[in-house]
Design a protein around this ligand. Sequence first.
Ligand code: AMP
Length: 216
Amino acid sequence: MNLILLGPPGAGKGTQAKLVAEQFGIPQISTGDILRQAVKDGTSLGQEAQAYMERGDLVPDAVVIGIIEERLTQPDCQAGYILDGFPRTEVQANALAETLGKRGGTIDHVVNIEVSDEELIHRLTGRRTCKECQEPYNVTFNPPQREGVCDKCGGELIQRKDDDEETIRARLGVYREQTAPLVAYYEKQGLLRTVTGAGAIREIFDAVCGVVEGRS
Ligand code: AMP
């Protein structure tokens, strides 16, 4: 099963992708996580991406398309994968279609997670992320058992540099201009299913599973 999770920053794509990955035994592929790791490791990819990320801009299409093309050739992707944060532009969506076309693959579902702007800003300013394993938390909706410490790996929880209010507004603007058109793009292909991203994590997960399992 190949799945795309679409939605603005803060919609809960990462949280849902992790749950789907656990449930169905397929990898979560998050371009944001891959890029943050590259920045942390100081690789040439990280050096190229860092300034775009800190401003809340998109990293150039050619860079992220290269990352995805390479990642999809890994053996763990054979039984399927969840794309979280990719594609984010029409150029990326076309490149993905071309890559899949060459290998006889298809996208099975595109799940669009919808959340109001007000709620997104509230969530993103309260978001904390594990410095080590990138597990997402929220000080209000999904706090860790011990403040500042990851439940999963014991790593330190930090606020992402791009989760300050000014950068959040920039990221939401970028989403509206460059990524939101993908809703119509996948709707035209008959692949789009929208779920509400408001509510408890498990309720949203149930709705996502409903789409994946063909129940809704
Ligand atoms: P995310 O963790 O998905 O919110 O991504 C964090 C940042 O990484 C974004 O604000 C972009 O700067 C960059 N990024 C992640 N995925 C992509 C993508 N598909 N295209 C361009 N930039 C991306």
